[in-house]
Design a protein around this ligand. Structure first.
Ligand SMILES: Cc1cc2nc3c(=O)[nH]c(=O)nc-3n(C[C@H](O)[C@H](O)[C@H](O)COP(=O)(O)OP(=O)(O)OC[C@H]3O[C@@H](n4cnc5c(N)ncnc54)[C@H](O)[C@@H]3O)c2cc1C
Length: 471
């Protein structure tokens, strides 16, 4: 016998950063939303493995939907992060030219920024480039400064949206894969992997790498996802003084290229690669990929290569045969596809959610902001420049658990681990706990602390999967 059917106004398939933003937005409009994901946590797909830049949109294709949504999303997410206590560092970026051809391209890139409504990009001369970034390798030429580019804590963004949706009354169904869809009168009946069914008047497909597969379930074939892998190296915090801002290469038609960027956690990132694959699960790191990154890093910031690598990870962009986001509304079917959200989805997430609300409104749904939360959400301060609990004497005085360090590399206290374990959206594995607290994110990668942390989880009655450790 099939388990009981639940009924909702809207089913959002995919709890990445974009799906969480949409669920939060539609829940606020007073709709009854269910947010589904095949994985055991929110933000556990591409949304957990990116370069974490809050983009101004200066280099998007002018006039594209992506350009509009990144520009708007930048402002919306900066405001949300400020109100929710999510770490953002407005460090700015410097796009550096390394040969004559790249130097000649700077003017066009600045013009593109202007066409995208971003007016603060400016060309600076070669001496100024070196003055600003004294550790650059030899041979740098002029640069384009983009002061608005920022770095952000990417993990807290998805979580904050999901928690706000949950507090507003949304249902979050994790570990539930949608395998098929049937039309039953005016509603969609979604068939889940465990044999359960779920009904919704509207379905929003935010399936990331599988958005094309879900699109086909609804009878549409307008795009195919080709996963584009981006491998990244994370350098130890001792590398952080080597750069003052995000160091960008001159982009090509296909990719933004390999950058060197600080993170809000105090590390330095080198990456990503851009490799088109067949397998949507292939997040492996490869010898060739790492060699290519080291070559690129050696030219830009030679001293970086003498620093320790703390971690290596890869994320898969949901690239398609089209340049732009694949957002399609099919009002007569009460279906919206939000696919092909490739390289800028973290930044654009809140604007995409507004856009989807607009599409539903055009179809006759009332999606104006109705409900507001009673209290503003406050996320744990994970940023290196934020006041972290273990440095807060008054907090420790009130609760000594915040002074008991369990992860020494990242200075994470037992109090923070308890908070995450007991939260309304607890982690299902150690990786999820890492994204909520930074525990096991440092030099030892959990070698010294994971046993104690798993014991804390056990004591709190949570059976965390220690093998769920796929960055
Ligand atoms: C290397 C790299 C660097 C990037 N850098 C940046 C950056 O600096 N700034 C920026 O703004 N963006 C960046 N991005 C892009 C950004 O990470 C993505 O655009 C964004 O995470 C996409 O979010 P999403 O919610 O669309 O997809 P995802 O996060 O992939 O979520 C989709 C979810 O759908 C679920 N799902 C799929 N099929 C089903 C099903 N049948 N049933 C149930 N659930 C299903 C999956 O389990 C998954 O959790 C980068 C991406 C990569 C790979």
């Amino acid at each position: 016998m099939r388990p009981a059917i639940t009924e909702h106004d809207v089913a959002v398939i995919g709890a990445g950063v974009v799906g969480c933003a949409i669920a939060r937005r539609l829940e606020r409009a007073g709709l009854d939303v269910v947010l589904l994901d095949a994985r055991g946590d929110v933000g556990d797909g591409t949304s957990k493995a990116n370069t974490a830049i809050l983009h101004t949109g200066f280099d998007t294709v002018p006039g594209s939907l992506e350009s509009t949504l990144v520009t708007t999303g930048y402002k919306l997410l900066a405001e949300h992060a400020a109100s929710a206590g999510i770490a953002v560092e407005p460090c700015g970026a410097l796009l550096v030219a390394w040969d004559e051809e790249q130097d000649a391209a700077l003017g066009d890139i600045r013009d593109k920024a202007i066409a995208n409504g971003y007016l603060d990009a400016a060309i600076i001369d070669a001496d100024e480039v070196v003055r600003r970034e004294p550790h650059l390798g030899p041979g740098s030429r002029r640069g384009l400064e983009v002061p608005g580019e920022s770095i952000i804590d990417p993990w807290s963004v998805s979580l904050s949206f999901a928690i706000e949706a949950l507090r507003g009354g949304a249902t979050i169904a994790l570990g539930r894969e949608v395998r098929g869809v049937e039309a039953v009168g005016d509603v969609h009946q979604l068939l889940l992997d465990d044999g359960a069914t779920l009904r919704a008047r509207w379905t929003i497909n935010v399936g990331g790498l599988r958005s094309d597969e879900i699109h086909r379930m609804f009878g549409h074939h307008s795009f195919t996802v080709t996963p584009r892998r981006g491998q990244l190296l994370v350098f130890d915090k001792l590398a952080r003084p080597l750069l003052n801002e995000i160091l960008l290469p001159v982009p090509t038609e296909r990719t933004k290229g390999v950058l060197v960027s600080p993170t809000v956690f105090g590390n330095v990132l080198l990456g990503p690669t851009a490799e088109d694959l067949d397998d949507i699960g292939d997040t492996a790191s490869t010898e060739d990929g790492i060699a290519a990154l080291l070559d690129a890093g050696r030219r830009v910031l030679p001293a970086l290569l003498s620093e320790e690598v703390t971690a290596i990870y890869a994320g898969l962009r949901a690239a398609t045969e089209h340049r732009d986001f694949q957002i399609e509304s099919h009002p007569s079917e009460r279906y919206v596809c939000v696919g092909g959200i490739r390289s800028t989805g973290l930044t654009a997430s809140m604007a995409i959610a507004e856009h989807v609300a607009g599409l539903l409104a055009v179809a006759g749904e009332s999606t104006e902001h109705g409900r507001e939360l009673d209290a503003t959400i406050v996320m744990p301060p994970l940023g290196e420049t934020q006041r972290r609990p273990a440095r807060d004497a008054a907090l420790i005085e009130r609760n000594p658990a915040y002074g008991r360090i369990v992860c020494h590399c990242e200075q994470v206290s037992a109090g923070e681990v308890f908070d995450a374990l007991r939260s309304e959206l607890p982690p299902s594995d150690l990786d999820g706990l890492r994204r909520r607290t930074r525990a096991c994110n440092g030099r030892c990668q959990g070698f010294y602390c994971s046993t104690e942390i798993l014991a804390l989880a056990d004591a709190a009655g949570l059976d965390l999967d220690p093998l769920g450790w796929s960055r």
